[in-house]
Design a protein around this ligand. Structure first.
Ligand code: F6P
Length: 268
């Protein structure tokens, strides 16, 4: 929205490329203007749709993508995505000399060069809201809950969600906590009078996902009643937080400024 509106303000033409690089390859491209992005600010997901493109990884695929861009007279691109999208943009720009600007958009917050990626704050808030609700059952029934949040390779969501929801322990892909260590931490907490616990587990945690860890740890702690909750794709949707709206608006605005200043091959 911010890209289209900033560009149109400067009398630049804007096109939407649908379904990511697949759409670029297949010419799934439409003119979009200021009014086309009305009433989307508060929505999750993407009006452009998205896809993981295998074909764009090939030279032939990128040649087709280049031909589509030329057919529409497109001379610069702004790509919103994570490291896969940025890698594709970098390779393409090197081959075809069309400036690309990247906008960091992934709930995982695992991109270098930015403190926050678009979507991360919303995902954390969704997970925290869910854990606040799970905490009620954990507390009422004195249960041990393993809550799994997203993050295949990155523990940011788990870490922020864990701290923000007051979880007893957080298990991440970036650290190594053995099941024995975890069981001992939980036993110590129980001895201090902690009657229930929430353990936040990143999907890509080193010692296994929430279900796997719960199964092993419950054998070490037979006195605890153990439950598992997987928040899953709930974190990938819904209305963005004010932080994400501001971030996306500012980044989109600066992406157009960067292109107008002759920049490319960079991320905002
Ligand atoms: O890369 C973002 C992410 O949300 C990861 O945290 C998660 O593992 C993955 O995408 C889920 O992808 P899919 O919806 O394809 O299963």
């Amino acid at each position: 929205r911010a890209v289209v509106r900033t560009a149109n303000y400067h009398d630049l033409h804007t096109y939407g490329i649908y379904r990511g690089y697949d759409g670029m390859i297949n010419g799934d491209i439409k003119r979009i203007e200021t009014r086309d992005v009305a009433n989307i600010l508060h929505r999750g997901g993407t009006i452009l749709k998205t896809a993981r493109s295998k074909e764009f990884r090939t030279k032939e695929g990128r040649k087709k993508a280049y031909d589509s861009l030329m057919a529409y007279d497109i001379d610069a691109c702004i790509v919103i995505g994570g490291d896969g999208s940025f890698t594709g943009a970098k390779i393409f720009q090197e081959e075809y000399n069309i400036p690309f600007i990247g906008l960091p958009g992934t709930i995982d917050n695992d991109l270098i060069g930015t403190n926050y990626t678009i979507g991360f704050d919303t995902a954390c808030n969704t997970a925290i809201e869910a854990i606040d609700k799970i905490r009620d059952t954990a507390d009422s029934h004195n249960r041990l809950f393993f809550v799994e949040v997203m993050g295949r390779h990155s523990g940011y969501i788990a870490l922020y969600t864990g701290i923000g929801s007051g979880a007893g322990t957080v298990l991440l892909p970036e650290t190594n906590t053995s099941n024995e260590e975890l069981a001992s931490l939980l036993t110590k907490a129980a001895k201090r009078g902690k009657l229930f616990s929430v353990v936040v587990v990143a999907e890509g945690n080193n010692s296994g996902n929430a279900t796997e860890v719960a199964e092993k740890v419950s054998k070490l702690l037979p006195d605890h009643e153990t439950k598992v909750a997987v928040i899953g794709h709930l974190q990938r949707g819904g209305s963005p937080t004010s932080f994400d709206r501001m971030l996306a608006s500012r980044l989109g605005y600066e992406a157009v400024n960067a292109l107008m200043a002759g920049k490319g091959n960079t991320a905002i």
